[in-house]
Design a protein around this ligand. Sequence first.
Ligand code: P1T
Length: 404
Amino acid sequence: MSNSKDQHFETKVIHAGVEPDPLTGAVMTPIYATSTYAQSAPGEHKGYEYSRTDNPTRAVLQKQLAELEGGDHALCFASGLASTDAVLNLFQTGDHVIAGDDLYGGTYRLFEKVATYRGLKFDFINLADEDLFRRTLKPETKLVWFETPTNPMLNVLDIRKISGIAREHGALCVVDNTFMSPFFQSPLELGADIVMHSMTKYINGHSDVVMGCLVIKDRELKPPRRTWMDPSFKAPRTLYERLKFLQNAIGAQAGPFDSFLVLRGIKTLAVRMERHGLNAMKVASFLEKHPKVERVLYPGLESHPGHKLASCQMRGFGGMMTFFLKGDLEQTRRFLSTVKLFTLAESLGGVESLIEHPAIMTHASVPPDLRKQIGILDNLVRVSVGIENADDLMADLDDALATV
Ligand code: P1T
């Protein structure tokens, strides 16, 4: 087989990192449902000691993810938020984090309501404002974290510019690439150090798994100011080694059954993403012309303020959009309770179309003032456009919009 670096994405999602099982020749990666591994003598084993540390099913998935994102290594965790928490564990009391002001509500909650109590300090800012970003950087700033496009306002942030400034400052830059998947966007190529995914979404794609991952461009790190627990402890040297240490030390990694499901889901990532993008463009254009809709936010529309940047930075525009209804909270509730084909539910990125109300559902943990400031209003609706027939989706929205 040719070098996988030369292969196209559609080929890599089927083959990268996946070899027939060395023991049996099974074409599909087996589910290695084992917690432990026999050793022939103490410390002598075949590379696997205990499944918290390493598991062959998870190892194949990690290898494939690293190839798809163009990273050196990947690590899989029990959820997107568990992966985020692993990154936060790199840092110590007093370290400062600059995060985008528009983030998934659960990420905001982890930063503000959990990590803050462990002594990390956060500023949530509009990272599109370069002066503000530079003014917010401090000597203690160790991490810059953002999503692009953002959840739920679909703002597009300049990965190359932000990661360049973070690097100049000596801070790590993490991009949450959940909305795009590696099919549409490659943050590591644009300068990010780590890509984080909630694989619960597009990468698995079938709404039957909760999982997250970190894909890492490896590099040497400075030793931490204080070592964990014991002064004789030698912290791992590189970014990957430190995160791998944390994955094992904390124990929030992905299990083999879920890893198998994600390996299966990934095989159709390219065809799914293509269809998500085509359907979303049709739905966004339909909504933009609809008299009951005030404004549509979809990076593929020329009216979107980030359209030009999105066209350079992304290879497509994805399946996520939000729109403001011409109505109040009551009318928005009625609309959301009337749709039939769209399921009213949190989450996104599955083959089926979902719809939700960010202020009441996914972003309820963002304080009302911040919600208002970033535009999460009572008439804002978020849509994850699935891969059904787009005409059926538009007909469903049209029927429900008649109630507004
Ligand atoms: O749910 P979990 O796998 O832990 O992933 C958290 C997460 C992280 N980043 C982004 C951009 C996300 O959208 C999410 C999860 N989001 C939803 C559940 C949602 O409906 O937006």
